[in-house]
Design a binder for this molecule. Structure first.
Ligand code: PLP
Length: 386
């Protein structure tokens, strides 16, 4: 059997590897607290589940248009108008089975040998994996602890050259919880005027998970970019719907037909009942989101202060998402050793920083998508082993 060479260039998401290790320990009877997980530990709100049940009872069992149901695409248009004042025609919205296909397709569409794609580092591992797969050169945009994992627009602009096709921004950020504030996005958008051939992929999957009353600095606030802006967002993190596989994307009008071609070649369409549930999510009450964020805020305070109270650990306050990315170099261990020690000695699953980029050797990612009580217990256990 001879596989295509490009397959060997694909990477993985280490969170799934850690999850498998944790499950193996659990099956041996060990108690594991999972702080490696990248999904809200809340249930999908009831009105969304009910809408899916009704859709199935009503017979929505078949294919839908490849770009998604028109009602849902119009729902996304209304949603982004409400949130950001953006006027996006429903013809530019493509519903995807999750957030990931938007990443996969946009990198495939722009990446090839001889081209360059800029991506956040540390960052969601699939960016680099897909860029390598496409044959493009992966150019890291370094996010540093001392800047609270934001970037300076002028530093990002310096990475652009005539081969740059795509610039990937993730805000708020996985794995760091960093929030790039509006001021830097403003400066980046201004600087991008000089580079009209560069398309922006803005991964805004954590757009509704922002702390301290701040507003989401979405790229949808900049109509001047709309002819070269791709938005990745969806239902996974906002509505606790990771298993429903529902995402939405917004594309420059001139490439929508190409995107739809990719959808037809890849998945035909997202699941019909999930789409109807997704519309109920957009149009229904968002009160549960306030509840979820209240709880995440409480846990954020606990985990940041708890980690900072452990000798050798330095933890920033995340501006968004539900992750912290502490520097653990003061413990004398690197991130991989520290994570293994946490898993095998303390029974706490976390992810080593290098899963998100080579630069993050001395870091680890904790997710606080677990109960307050479990986070308290995990902190105690880690304190003991450190
Ligand atoms: N983008 C980022 C930054 C993520 O962290 C994730 C999931 O963890 C995704 C995209 C993919 O989301 P989905 O599960 O909807 O495919």
């Amino acid at each position: 059997m001879k596989l295509a060479n490009s397959i060997s260039k694909l990477g993985i998401e280490n969170a799934f590897v850690v999850l498998a290790k944790a499950k193996a320990l659990e099956s041996q009877g060990k108690e594991i607290i999972n702080l490696g997980i990248g999904q809200p530990d809340f249930k999908t709100p009831k009105h969304i589940v009910e809408a899916a049940k009704k859709a199935l009872d009503d017979g929505h069992h078949g294919y839908t248009p490849a770009n998604g149901l028109l009602e849902l695409r119009e729902g996304v248009s209304r949603h982004v108008k409400r949130l950001y004042g953006a006027n996006i025609d429903a013809s530019r919205v493509v519903i995807m089975p999750g957030g990931k296909p938007t990443m996969f397709f946009s990198i495939l569409m722009f990446g090839e040998k001889g081209s360059e794609i800029i991506y956040p580092e540390p960052g969601f591992p699939i960016y680099e994996s897909m860029i390598n797969y496409s044959g493009a050169k992966a150019v890291p945009m370094c996010l540093k602890e001392e800047h609270n994992y934001s970037f300076k627009a002028e530093e990002v602009l310096k990475l652009i050259n005539e081969r740059t096709r795509l610039l990937i921004v993730n805000n708020p950020q996985n794995p760091t919880g960093g929030l790039i504030e509006k001021e830097q996005i403003d400066a980046l958008v201004k600087g991008l005027k000089k580079f009209p051939d560069v398309t922006i992929l803005s991964d805004e999957i954590y757009s509704r998970q922002i702390y301290d009353g701040k507003k989401m600095p979405s790229f949808l606030h900049y109509p001047e970019l709309f002819d070269r802006l791709i938005i990745l967002d969806g239902w996974s993190k906002t509505y606790a719907m990771t298993g429903w596989r529902m995402g939405w994307s917004i594309w420059p009008q001139k490439i929508v037909d190409e995107v739809i071609k990719l959808c037809i070649n890849d998945h035909s369409c997202p699941a019909a009942a999930s789409q109807i549930a997704a519309l109920a999510a957009l149009d229904g009450s968002h009160d549960f989101l306030d509840e979820m964020m209240k709880e995440f805020s409480r846990r954020r305070k606990l985990i940041v202060s708890g980690l900072n109270s452990i000798r050798g650990i330095k933890c920033n306050n995340p501006g968004g998402a539900f992750y912290v990315f502490p520097n653990i170099s003061g413990t004398g261990m690197d991130g991989a050793t520290f994570s293994d020690k946490c898993l095998y000695e303390a029974g706490v699953a976390i992810i080593p920083g290098t899963s998100f980029g080579k630069s993050a050797k001395n870091y680890v990612r904790f997710s606080f998508a677990n109960s307050y009580e479990n986070i308290e217990k995990a902190l105690e256990k880690i304190k003991k082993i450190v």
